[in-house]
Design a protein around this ligand. Structure first.
Ligand code: SF4
Length: 354
């Protein structure tokens, strides 16, 4: 049975992460942060897709200057992603970001990390500390010889110790590896020791096909055990896809309801219509519907009527005709040519009323 692990509630701008807050979906821009129009335009597309927090890369001082200009154009919390140079983190705080993401493994000097913490404390700003397989502390790597869940956890333990010494608790952790099993194990250990919120993800998961599978297995396994407060699916593609996949993972686990849930069969020799083409058409036409409707499009009468009846709305094809169901009742039998149009009309009517 699903029981969510109780974590502290952390406020990032207008978004609560942890505690009883819904598991949020976040992403990161892949534009040059100095290019304000492109970055704002990408964030606006992300917002439309349901992104609830956005991170931007801050690799230099000029990017810091863009931060307030980007922030005033967008509606979701803006987090600065800073590596190596602690001064960029201090500048980002000064320029009004809603949160920071730093990776202690590549800032390395704890006195500099403490300077960032002190500055964040003054503004009551949260920081996500990212423990990442790609930038683990050298001493830890020497000790363990390779990346292991224990190596990742030792780095996280060291960081928690420093944060607790300076009495800073406004924190979110992420422990990510390209290895799905290491990520699951390390996050599992972290969640059993600490109650800081966890940001889940499989780092550098790859191009969409592989990345979606790795992320679904890694993030999904942890979420199913009640672990995780916010997720980012990391894919080599348009970040819009990351958000879509994030919601699909949450929907599959019944943790969030956003957008339609499409059920369709793989087809077999019994199917007499081009279901592949039909489903693509349906997908295109419902992509802007945010309401949580379950829609079934099934290839024949074997499983078709059962699934279509259970869904909010659905078609069960039979030879070259189809039976349209709505809320468990038959609306009629229609020819192959008109049934998809009827389905879309009904879906639009239903979504207007929700
Ligand atoms: S619903 Fe019918 S067409 Fe689809 S996979 Fe099952 S048996 Fe085949």
């Amino acid at each position: 049975m699903y029981t969510r692990k109780q974590t502290k509630s952390i406020k990032v701008g207008n978004l609560l992460i942890g505690g009883n807050a819904p598991i949020s979906v976040q992403s990161m821009t892949n534009t040059d942060t100095k290019n304000i129009p492109d970055t704002v335009s990408q964030i606006k597309r992300m917002e439309k897709e349901g992104c609830e927090l956005v991170r931007v890369a801050v690799p230099d001082l000029e990017s810091c200057y863009s931060l307030p200009l980007i922030k005033k154009e967008i509606n979701i919390p803006l987090v600065a992603d800073v590596h190596y140079d602690y001064k960029l983190a201090l500048k980002s705080i000064e320029f009004g970001v809603d949160g920071l993401r730093i990776n202690p493994g590549n800032i390395r000097n704890y006195e500099k990390i403490k300077l960032i913490i002190n500055s964040a404390k003054k503004k009551n700003l949260p920081i996500r500390f990212g423990i990442n397989s790609g930038s683990l502390d050298n001493d830890i790597l020497k000790k363990y010889k390779k990346i292991t869940p224990q190596a990742l956890m030792e780095s996280a333990d060291n960081m928690v110790k420093i944060l607790e010494e300076v009495n800073y608790h406004n924190i979110i952790f992420s422990i990510k590896s390209t290895n799905v099993i290491d990520t699951i194990e390390a996050n599992y250990i972290f969640a059993s020791k600490y109650d800081y919120p966890l940001h889940l993800g499989i780092t550098e998961a790859g191009p969409p096909f592989q990345g979606i599978i790795k992320s679904s297995v890694g993030i999904g396994s942890l979420l199913f055990q009640g672990i995780g407060d916010t997720i980012r699916v990391s894919l080599t593609c348009d970040p819009i896809e990351e958000i879509k996949v994030g919601y699909e993972i949450l929907k599959a686990l019944h943790l969030r309801q956003r957008g339609t849930n499409l059920i369709s069969c793989p087809t077999c020799g019994r199917c007499k219509v081009d279901l592949n083409k039909i489903i693509k058409k349906v997908e295109r036409q419902i992509c802007n519907i945010d309401q949580p409707l379950t829609i079934a499009v099934m290839g024949c009468m074997v499983n078709g009527p059962g699934e279509a009846r259970e869904a909010d709305i659905g078609i069960a094809y039979h030879e070259k005709t189809g039976v349209l169901f709505k809320k468990g009742k038959i609306l009629g039998k229609f020819s192959e040519k008109v049934i998809v149009k009827k389905l879309i009309e009904e879906i639009k009517n239903m979504s207007d009323k929700i």
